[in-house]
Design a binder for this molecule. Sequence first.
Ligand code: GLV
Ligand code: MN
Ligand code: MN
Length: 438
Amino acid sequence: MTVPPVTAPVPIAAPPGGLDQEPHVDGARLLLGIAELAEIGALPTGGITRLAFTPEEDRARAYLMERARRADLRARVDEAGNVVIRRRDAEPGMPALLMGSHMDTVVKGGRLDGAYGVLAALEVLTVLAERDEPLGLEPVAIAFTNEEAGLFPYPFFGSRGVAGTLDPSLRYSSRDGTNLRPVLARAGGDLSRIRDAAWARGSIGAYLEAHIEQGPYLERAGIPVGVVTTITGRVTFDLRIQGRSSHAGTTPMDDRADALVAASHAVLAVEDLARSGECAVATVGQVESHPDQINVIPGNVRLAGEIRDLSGDRLTAAQAALARVADEIGGRYRVRVRVRTTGRVEPVPTTDVLRQVVRDAARELGLATMDLPSGAGHDAQVVAEIAPIGMVFVPSRAGISHAPEEDTDPEQLVTGADVLLRAALELCRRAREPGWSR
Ligand code: GLV
Ligand code: MN
Ligand code: MN
């Protein structure tokens, strides 16, 4: 595949009236923050592993809070483990313009997924806090925890806490059985008071999230700013296949119930769900084969994967197709196949008004934009349950993400943060007028 070169951002054109009266982010400060945060959880072989509720994420929280303090802002950890950053002179009771993303990574991930949105939000808050302008919304930056769910299988844990959809009666534990309660307490949260992390309806006037695109479309089009239209829905599933273990040398081929052979066909069948158009994408990302011995026919296999689509109905249809495929493979290979849905997040459109504000902000900066859906999940889609949402995308080099090679041109990171700033300022100004969000 030939990859088009990264396009330099369109130079900032000063419109009539004098652009420079409007504030800009401090690009060097933003890029330094990104570089420093990337050291936390950095692997000697490249990439970053900073899973939520591990000492690495604790260090990231401490780093972010220190950065906020140095900018004369107030930072605290809420009951769900999110870092919430406000200006010192915030007016009590004013609805927030919430901005942020997450600081946890996948295993061997990159330095920008989530981290960029958090540091861009902090940068925007820092610039707005230094100004003396009366605003109708209080800018607040947030770093959500456990968006990726690399260790504790509750994606969007932090944003669910903010949306008030975490169940305090559940016993939350990691895949290897670690209880969440003490590790959340170590991070500064409190599982027994998790409901207190929720923001009341109306207390968030708008939510804006800057993020790398994580796909190839902006780079291919040579466009520096993406305006997100819809965030994908996602169903995660577990597929357990039970066959029969026995001697790999003596068991005739016709007498076998090889769970891994059946699983291999299941992997291809999952891929085919997307290839045949049932859903946008479908992936099996985890395989556990037992007893995992070279001379034993695998008796049990667990596959874990996901299907994604921009339509909830299509997701439902693909789930049904997956169940049919599982039955068919069970019959064909004389194994028992069980599929279980382990999670479902609905596709969510962004809010019209916020899309337009992002487009206008980019246009004022002389930047071309492109409307596009997000194939990745984002905290924004959970915050959408209680507030209007908007998202700003910047290009990803070669479209790569969830991998050490994840990268974006530094200038594009800075211009994306400038778009966030300008959109944030516009919303905070508009909110001084009654009925602004319609
Ligand atoms: C979030 O990173 C996702 O998997 O979409
Ligand atoms: Mn991610
Ligand atoms: Mn992300």
